[in-house]
Design a binder for this molecule. Structure first.
Ligand code: M6R
Length: 607
């Protein structure tokens, strides 16, 4: 999605803006631009395509301005083009604006402004904001932004500079993240923390309805009524190293390899000798007896983790669990009430649909638990309780280590909430396996690399592939198929293996790759029968199982991958690693842009 950066201080703004935008590239974008004020004159440059195109252009022009804004755009209104790229400007070219999000009432505003004589230069919703500010400007930029934003509907974060106020950046947040970075004698602005990391760890996270004025000496933050707010400065503990590739050709591969470490990071503190210590659940445990239903709401990969979370929670708590895609949740009028627990899962903590689901649940008086990776994100701050999954900065658009830790987090929550339901022996056994899981993930990485590459060699030549499994393996199959689609552009579908014969078997043709997940002991024989049905129709079956079931599967599949033995409960944590690797290598062999797949963005802040 779009990215915003801003700088005001004693240094030249352009290199700082470009470096900030570089750090936001992973979010996905199709054009980029900057605006600086130099000798009281607004200068604006923007280009369709990657940041390099803009950088090349800027090399020829030595901009010295020490205040500026930068933006990477992910098209929503109007195609990617130089004209539609941000920053946008007013009629006179005196003020520039960058914007993330969507202005829902832009058409009505545009019509009104056109009737008043304003001329528009782009197809974007954003441009109306520049003209609205121009309309309300009477020498005070803060006041003009306040007036303009009061007319806007939608979700947005904006930043504005004006050559008539060359010592000021004004920014406003409504439902789209915006963060102020505090340096020595200089101030930064960004829509995402990585853009600030090269310069400062001290940040102020704006809340909805807050306006920030950054000037050369200080900053001020105002609420909607114009009152000055005292906001806490927070210290970010991510380091810049996380934003580097550390010798790996892609962030995705680096992040796959970080999984044993991030599992340790999450599991070490809560796993005690005699149980699980999870103070993050707060009073949910006291309230648990009253909970009549749990809802898990999320998007994409996080949704897939929720499907596994459902199976675990229902087993341990005996409370019925429903899993919803966040984009569907509030529109189906779910039966959420004060005895519901709604779990929102999100790597970024900013996904618009998941955030809307959280707000819906809170309106219905449900208790809410966020399972989130980004500290300080909106879901982190708005949920009643939050469990941080501690996967560290995830840069590749395809989620890997965050998914892993979502699964581990669900194990922690399920075991903690299920403590009363389990006999001591069963719990002790599961704790033992959970304690072992980081080391097992390490072993998996080593043993699976080569076979995954071989599997990818086969799959890469096909336009279609299937992933099948039963029980937890079906949920994992959904994630395997998404990963392959997302980065290799091979069409992949996941099916509950028993469901194939009700229609999809018609698509099985000679040689078509079918990844069959067989990690669950109680479903082993059923899966073998389903595999036989596929092979009888010519499907090429790539089986994935635990070491202990290898002998049963030999001869039943065309190619076999195996993960170290673990509890069936935890098998998805290890099983996801070969699926990630197969997708990675298939995408690599097909020369796909692995970390930034076409049309996708890392954090989806529009509905
Ligand atoms: O930040 P979130 O976890 O809320 O993001 C949800 C999805 O957009 C995300 O998981 C997406 O499906 C990934 N690109 C999948 O790899």
């Amino acid at each position: 999605m779009c990215g915003i950066v801003g700088y005001i201080g004693p240094k030249g703004a352009v290199p700082i803006l470009l470096e900030g935008l570089r750090k936001l590239e992973y979010r996905g974008y199709d054009s980029a631009g900057i605006a600086v004020i130099e000798e009281q004159k607004l200068l604006l440059r923007k280009s369709e395509g990657k940041l390099g195109v803009l950088e090349e252009r800027l090399k020829e022009e030595k901009f010295l301005g020490d205040i500026g804004l930068g933006h990477t755009r992910w098209a929503t209104h109007g195609k990617p083009s130089n004209e539609n790229a941000h920053p946008h400007h007013d009629c006179k070219g005196k003020l520039a604006i960058v914007h993330n999000g969507i202005i829902e009432n832009f058409q009505a505003i545009k019509k009104m402004l056109e009737d008043e004589g304003h001329s528009f230069f782009s197809e974007t919703d954003t441009e109306v904001i520049a003209h609205l500010i121009e309309k309300f400007y009477q020498g005070n930029l803060v006041k003009a932004v306040q007036k303009a934003t009061s007319k806007l509907e939608g979700s947005y974060a904006i930043a504005v500079i004006s050559q008539d106020n060359p010592d000021q950046i004004v920014a406003f947040r409504q439902d789209s993240p915006l963060i102020l970075g505090i340096g020595e004698q200089e101030l930064y602005l960004a829509s995402d923390i990585p853009a600030l990391l090269p310069y400062t760890r001290k940040v102020i996270i704006l809340d909805d309805g807050e306006l920030a004025e950054l000037n050369r000496k200080n900053y001020q933050i105002f609420d909607l009524q114009g009152n000055i707010l005292e906001k806490e400065i927070e210290e970010i503990d991510w380091d810049l190293e996380m934003a580097e590739k550390k010798g790996f050709p892609h962030y995705m591969l680096k992040e796959i390899h970080e999984q044993p470490d991030v599992l340790r990071q999450l599991l070490t503190t809560p796993l005690k000798d005699d149980g699980i210590d999870l103070p993050e659940l707060g009073s949910i445990l006291d309230f648990q007896k009253k909970i009549d239903r749990i809802f898990i709401v999320a998007c994409g990969t996080a949704y897939h983790s929720g499907l596994i979370g459902k199976a675990l929670l229902e087993k341990t708590t005996k409370i019925p669990v429903e899993v919803d895609m966040a984009s569907e949740f509030r529109y189906r009028s779910p039966l959420v009430g004060e005895n519901s627990l709604v779990i929102l899962v999100s790597q970024s903590g900013e996904t618009a649909d998941t955030l809307a689901a959280l707000r819906y649940a809170r309106e219905k008086k449900a208790k809410t638990l966020g399972i989130v990776n980004v500290q300080g994100s909106t879901i982190f701050r708005e949920a009643d309780y939050t469990l941080l999954i501690k996967a560290g900065l995830e840069i590749a658009v395809a989620s890997t280590k965050a998914y892993m830790n979502m699964l581990a987090a669900f194990n922690l929550v399920a075991l903690k909430m299920g403590e009363g339901e389990f006999n001591g022996e069963k719990l002790a056994e599961l704790l033992h396996f959970l304690r072992e899981i980081p080391a097992q993930a390490e072993k998996t990485l080593h043993k699976i690399e080569r076979p995954s590459r071989q599997a990818a060699e086969y799959i890469k030549n096909w336009d279609n592939a299937f992933f099948v499994g039963r029980g937890l393996d079906y949920s994992l199959a959904l994630e395997g198929a998404l990963k392959l689609k997302e980065i290799s552009y091979i069409h992949a579908e996941a099916y509950a293996a028993g469901e194939l014969k009700h229609g999809t078997l018609a698509l099985i043709e000679e040689g078509i790759p079918v990844v069959a997940l067989v990690t669950q002991e109680d479903l082993l024989e059923k899966m073998v029968s389903n595999i036989q049905e596929i092979r009888a129709r010519g499907g090429y079956v790539l089986g994935l199982t635990q070491d202990k079931f290898v002998s049963r599967l030999e001869g039943e599949v065309d190619f076999l991958l195996s993960i170290p033995n673990t509890s069936d409960f935890l098998a998805p944590l290890l099983g996801t690693i070969p699926l990630q690797m197969i997708s990675y290598y298939a995408a690599d062999l097909r020369d796909c842009p692995i970390d930034q797949p076409r049309n996708l963005a890392k954090s989806v802040t529009v509905e």
